[in-house]
Design a protein around this ligand. Structure first.
Ligand SMILES: [Zn+2]
Length: 404
């Protein structure tokens, strides 16, 4: 049932065209066959989790614009339905970041009594925040939206469309467009940004805000747990800005946030393609260097595997904290089945009682841990380490924490 082994062999792929700038060839630099195609889809049984649908990861780099993509990605396998459980809204750390960001966006763009459009709104938490904070009306577009999950008094000012954003939505009018953690799930990125630019044509220069993971950090840190099937498109600050500039936007702000994990871009429609002018955009050389050095990650994968083997050999009980995509990618890449890690913890109640796609571990609530008494907790997102230490302490537990 395990997928294949990771490979770091580099090879030019003349058949693959860059979905961001159209350039070719792409340079393939990391492959991992047979990984779960849905790391956020709820798996109700161990059998379903082990027998989940699989696809290949074949990461390739465009030397022209810095875009990184999974050229083996097949969009037809995806199911972004109500069974898709992607929210990070149960974490206080993530919530604090989202609240602070929403407050800053409301202040920066004077979003008061306006209409806000969110592309890929998930369960709608962030759109609700923007509407609550500024007394705004909202339009949220996402096929995985679940109406019962929105309880805010602002809900009657928000219209949710349970579908993918497309040219069919170009008549929707808004004063602000945001799109967080969505573009990395889309293969045809230039097509989506082009559709948005066309939708904004002829109107006032509506600000757009996009947030995606930062691939430059992933490559530099060798964060192989941040590479998974749902994420078919990977951006750095510069490559994201190049996409928007080529599509006819003026990029006004570019930043990295959330401990360097996310790229934040603010842009407005311009008359045509625009030229780079922000310091963070100049990263093509750094990206090429990071891609060339990515082979080192093979050693990191082997090291983590050895760490787990050693822990088990010493009779210890390691668990993973965080059943999201990072946890799935981490366990899948290591080929770590239930013999190595028996349980995965998640604070999201919708995940508890489900199973890890690909490797089959049961997902348990923190309240289960006093019974199992884990000796070592692998923390999938180090940003949450203190939050997790406090929760474990509250349960009377003090295992070793291993931030990944
Ligand atoms: Zn490109």
């Amino acid at each position: 049932m395990d997928g294949g082994r990771p490979s770091f062999v580099q090879r030019r792929d003349p058949a693959a065209a860059c979905q961001s700038c159209g350039g070719r060839p792409m340079l393939t630099f990391f492959t991992l066959p047979g990984i779960p195609v849905h790391s956020c889809l709820l798996m109700a049984s161990r059998e379903e989790a082990l027998g989940c649908r699989r696809g290949d990861l074949r990461l390739a780099f465009c030397r022209a614009c810095g875009f990184v993509a999974n050229t083996a990605f097949d969009p037809s396998v995806h199911e972004y339905s109500a069974r898709y459980e992607e929210t990070q809204g149960f974490s206080p750390t993530f919530n604090a970041f989202a609240r602070d960001l929403a407050a800053r966006l409301v202040a920066a763009h004077d979003l008061r009594g306006r209409t806000v459009l969110e592309i890929g709104c998930g369960k709608g938490e962030f759109l609700v925040l923007l509407c609550e904070l500024g007394g705004n009306a909202g339009i949220g577009i996402d096929p995985s939206y679940v109406p019962a999950r929105t309880t805010s008094p602002a809900a009657d000012r928000i219209r949710f469309l349970r579908e993918f954003y497309s040219a069919a939505h170009t008549d929707l009018r808004a004063d602000f467009v945001c799109c967080r953690h969505t573009l990395e799930h889309i293969g045809a990125v230039a097509a989506l940004v082009g559709t948005l630019r066309a939708a904004l044509a002829g109107g006032p220069p509506v600000p757009v805000f996009f947030e995606v993971p930062d691939v430059l950090r992933v490559l530099r840190e060798g964060a192989f747990w941040d590479l998974y099937y749902e994420h078919c498109s990977y951006f750095s600050p510069g490559s994201l800005a190049r996409l928007f500039r080529a599509a006819g936007f003026e990029v006004q702000e570019l930043a990295v946030a959330f401990a360097g994990q996310y790229v934040l871009l603010t842009a407005r429609p311009a008359d045509g393609p625009t030229r780079p002018r922000l310091p963070l955009e100049d990263d093509l050389g750094a990206l090429a260097e990071a891609v060339d050095a990515f082979g080192r990650v093979g050693a990191a994968v082997a090291r983590w595997r050895t760490t787990l083997d050693d822990l088990r050999a010493r009779g210890r009980r390691p668990i993973v904290w965080g059943s999201g995509s990072k946890g799935v990618a981490f366990l899948t890449t290591l080929g770590a089945a239930e013999g190595l890690v028996e349980y995965v913890v998640d604070i999201n109640p919708y995940k508890q009682g489900q199973f890890m796609p690909g490797t089959g571990q049961p997902i348990v609530a923190p309240e289960f841990l006093p019974r199992y008494r884990p000796t070592d907790v692998l923390v999938m997102n180090p940003t949450y380490t203190e939050e997790i230490r406090q929760q474990l302490g509250g349960l009377g537990l003090a295992p070793d924490l291993l931030p990944v």
